[in-house]
Design a protein around this ligand. Structure first.
Ligand code: MN
Ligand code: MN
Length: 325
C-alpha cells in the first residue's frame, strides 16, 4: 500500500496556517457531519440517507441543527480557550474551563468526562485514580489545542524543554483530568504527534512510523486488517481513524468513509478531519460542509488556530509568550 499521493507531493503544499486551520476546522466539520449518524450502524445509515450520508443534515439522536457541533468540538474549544486566556499552560485553568463548559448544559457529555469534571468540582483534584472503565476516547478527542499550542516537535526551549516532551506531558495532564487509563494516554499522545508532524511539513509516512511505534508498544492498537469496531472505546477509535486516514486519497473521501461506518461517528469523523486537515490544509475541506458549519464555532476555531500557533511559537515571527508552569 502506498501512502503517498500526488496531492501531498505536488508543487504546492499548504502553508502552516492552512494546515493548522485545516486541522481544527476539519475536526469540527467531522464532528458536525458525523453527529447526525452517531450510534447508527452502516446499514441504518444507508437506509436513512439514500445510500450515503454526505451532507450536514443535522438531526440524529441529539436532534441537532445542520452544522451544529457537539462535545468533541466544545471541549476542544474549552481547552484551547484556557490556554489562550492564560497565555501558556495552566492545568487548573483547563479544568476550570471544562467545569464551566459542563455547567453550561451542553448538548452532549460523555459519561467519563462528566464523572471526571464532577470529581474536580467536588474535590479540586486534577486527576482521578486509574480505572478500567476510563478507556473511552473523550481525552483523545479534545487534545488538538495542545498539539497546536505547544512548541514544534524539534524545538528545544531553555524554559520548557524539548517540544515533543512538553507536548506529551501536557497531553497526559489534560487527559488525566477525566481519563485514568494508559491506552487513553498513549492514543492521545500518538494522534497528537501525528498531527504535529503534519503541521511541521511531514507526510503520512512519518505518521505511519508513529502508528507503528504505538502498535509495537501496545499490540491491541493493531489496525490492519481493520477489526470493524467503531465504538467510543479508545482502541476502536484509533483503529478506525488510522485505517481511514492511511487509505483515503482526499479530505472528502476520508470523511465520507469514516462517518458512514457509524458508531461513534462524530468523534471518529472529528479525529479523521483533524489528521486529513493537517495534511491537506483548509482548502481541501469541501466548501459545502464549511459553509454549513455553525458560524460562531467557525469564527472561534479560526481565531483559536491562529492564536495557538503563536502561543506554540510555530512561526519564527511569533512573540514568545510566558509559560505558567
Ligand atoms: Mn460528540
Ligand atoms: Mn461521539
Amino acid at each position: 500500500m502506498s501512502v503517498l499521493s500526488l496531492s501531498e507531493t505536488g508543487p504546492r503544499r499548504p502553508s502552516l496556517e492552512e494546515r493548522a486551520s485545516g486541522a481544527y476546522l476539519g475536526f469540527a466539520v467531522g464532528d458536525a457531519l458525523g453527529a447526525p449518524v452517531e450510534f447508527m450502524t452502516p446499514r441504518e445509515i444507508r437506509a436513512a440517507h439514500n445510500g450515503i450520508h454526505d451532507s450536514m443534515t443535522g438531526g440524529g439522536w441529539l436532534r441537532l441543527r445542520p452544522g451544529q457541533v457537539t462535545d468533541d468540538t466544545q471541549m476542544s474549544l474549552a481547552l484551547g480557550g484556557a490556554m489562550l486566556a492564560g497565555g501558556g499552560w495552566n492545568l487548573r485553568a483547563v479544568a476550570d474551563s471544562f467545569a464551566g463548559w459542563l455547567q453550561s448544559r451542553p448538548v452532549d457529555v460523555g459519561n467519563t468526562c462528566r464523572r471526571g469534571i464532577r470529581r474536580y468540582l467536588q474535590t479540586g483534584t486534577l486527576r482521578g485514580a486509574p480505572a478500567e472503565e476510563d478507556g473511552g476516547n473523550g481525552a483523545l478527542m479534545r487534545n488538538l489545542p495542545v498539539a497546536l499550542g505547544t512548541p514544534p516537535p524539534r524545538d528545544a526551549d531553555t524554559v520548557l524543554g524539548d517540544g515533543d516532551a512538553v507536548f506529551a506531558r501536557r497531553s497526559i495532564e489534560q487527559a488525566r483530568i477525566t481519563h485514568g487509563h494508559v491506552l487513553s494516554d498513549e492514543a492521545t499522545v500518538a494522534l497528537g504527534r501525528m498531527t504535529r508532524v503534519l503541521l511541521s511539513g511531514g507526510t503520512r509516512e512519518d505518521c505511519r512510523r508513529i502508528a507503528d511505534g504505538l502498535v509495537a508498544r501496545h499490540r491491541v492498537f493493531a489496525f490492519e486488517p481493520w477489526p470493524g469496531r467503531t465504538s467510543g472505546y479508545v482502541v476502536d477509535t484509533v483503529q478506525t481513524v488510522l485505517d481511514v486516514f492511511f487509505r483515503g486519497e482526499t479530505f472528502e473521501a476520508c470523511l465520507l468513509d469514516v462517518v458512514n461506518r457509524g458508531g461513534d461517528a462524530d468523534t471518529n469523523g472529528a479525529l479523521t478531519g483533524q489528521l486529513a486537515g493537517a495534511l491537506w490544509g483548509v482548502r481541501a475541506i469541501p466548501e459545502r460542509w464549511l459553509r454549513k458549519l455553525d458560524e460562531r464555532v467557525r469564527a472561534e476555531i479560526s481565531a483559536q488556530a491562529r492564536g495557538l500557533l503563536l502561543l506554540g511559537r510555530w512561526s519564527a515571527r511569533a512573540a514568545a509568550p510566558e509559560d505558567k508552569t
